[in-house]
Design a protein around this ligand. Structure first.
Ligand code: BGC
Length: 423
């Protein structure tokens, strides 16, 4: 139980960075050279198609980002548009991104650019993509082409988005893939650093693993193991340069050590670990399950405590929240989610974590990797007309950004009672 109306007021430190985040493939539309559009779509899954048509509507979108009070904006630049064919760069795509970045800077925003947000060119994927370290020079060649053109407009670079998810069940293959991703990240970090002095990092999906049975030795052990493969393996690698996995000999990669100028944390909720289930996939506790959209989704619980617990592990360098958000059709839950997570963030800061900013995911409803049903946006998007309509949560968040803090006075303008899903 949470009592939103008893949450204390919070003032954030001066210069705290506020804004929202997006990713190219999820909003732009017609990103046809990306590998993701060429995957098999089964079981009701759909490709991104026109997505939010942001590639055409970017001028209006930048104006709306500004109008809604954002001080910072995170977006990705799509490699598959810039190098649709191996070795051939598309000058129109480069010009497009430079224009978008210029507009963001002219609007006075701090710009966070992700170099790879899950999507890569199809040709790169067909060569094995990040699964093969032999492809490092291909990635490096692209970075040497694009990064120096972007640097005049970028306040911080994210090399890879959430390499720690490194898709697949926990297996030797998945862990090897994650180890490769760490090496691709490290190379990207070093290359970007040659061209700019702005902070560079990767973004980390902080999944809060939680034992289904709190005192069961197997559940506890598997919770730790999962946390190791998804979280600790990465933190250790960045801190020491050493990649340690249960399935292969440890590898020491000198360029990996300290290849993060800050921790970019993306947090949504917790994941239950049940050692008796395939892939240790635990059920939600019934009383915590919140079906906020008309499909089964992995983020159907609100668990701000997980943010505190994981941030406490990151006291060795500054932290920025580069994604945090909720998909819910009823926007009141988004207001609730924001209030609770800012409160949790404040708790972590009081415990000594140096948090420098917060970006909400996502600025607008978008394509959620196979579906348009999970709506994360502060801004509603009509996927037929591409009409944008800010939700009340967008104004709630704007008021928070303006006040550089959360207060009961702001909350009560947008919510007068705890939301419920009861019909
Ligand atoms: C990803 C986003 C995604 C969000 C919600 C994050 O892991 O970076 O691309 O939309 O989670 O699932």
């Amino acid at each position: 139980m949470y009592d939103l109306f008893s949450l204390p007021d919070i003032q954030f430190p001066k210069n705290f960075v506020w804004g929202s985040a997006t990713a190219g493939h999820q909003i732009e539309g017609d990103n046809i050279h990306a590998q993701f559009d060429h995957m098999p779509f089964e079981g009701g899954r759909v490709p991104a198609g026109k997505a939010c048509n942001h590639y055409e509507l970017y001028r209006e979108d930048v104006a709306l980002v500004k109008e809604l009070g954002n001080r910072a904006f995170r977006l990705s630049v799509e490699w598959s548009r810039i190098e649709p064919v191996e070795g051939q760069y598309d000058p129109a795509a480069v010009a497009h991104y430079l224009d978008e970045l210029r507009l963001l800077k002219e609007a006075g925003l701090q710009v966070y650019v992700t170099l790879v947000h899950f999507t890569v060119p199809l040709w790169f994927e067909q060569k094995g993509g990040f699964r093969s370290l032999e492809n490092l020079p291909l990635f490096e060649r692209y970075l040497r082409f694009i990064v120096p053109q972007l640097t005049p407009f970028v306040d911080s670079f994210h090399t890879l988005n959430e390499p720690n998810l490194g898709f697949g069940p926990e297996s030797a293959e998945t862990l090897r893939y994650r180890a490769n991703l760490l090496q691709f990240h490290a190379r990207a970090y070093r290359v970007v650093k040659e061209f700019t002095s702005v902070p560079v990092t990767y973004t980390h999906a902080f999944i809060h693993f939680f034992p289904y049975r709190r005192n069961d030795p197997q559940d506890l052990l598997f919770t730790q193991l999962k946390d190791y493969g998804f979280n600790e393996m990465f933190l250790h690698a960045i801190r020491t340069g050493e990649i340690v996995s249960p399935f292969f000999d440890a590898v020491y990669v000198p360029e990996l050590k300290d290849s993060a100028d800050y921790w970019a944390v993306q947090y949504y909720t917790r994941a239950m670990v049940d050692s008796r289930q395939p892939l240790e996939d635990g059920k939600r506790f019934d009383h915590k399950y919140l079906p906020m959209i008309p499909m089964k989704f992995y983020l159907d619980e609100i668990y701000p405590e997980g943010l505190i617990a994981n941030l406490e592990r990151l006291k060795d360098r500054p932290v920025m929240i580069t994604e945090n958000g909720l998909c819910a059709d009823d926007d009141r839950f988004r207001v609730m989610y924001l209030a609770l997570h800012l409160s949790a963030l404040n708790e972590a800061m009081r415990r000594g974590v140096n948090v420098t900013g917060y970006l909400y995911w996502s600025f607008m409803d978008n394509y959620e990797w196979g579906s348009f049903l999970p709506r994360f946006g502060l801004v509603h998007v009509d996927f037929k007309t591409f009409q944008r309509t800010p939700k009340p949560s967008a104004y709630f968040f704007r008021d928070i950004m303006e006040a550089n803090g959360f207060s009961q006075a702001i909350l009560r303008k947008y919510l007068t009672e705890m939301p419920s899903l009861a019909k």
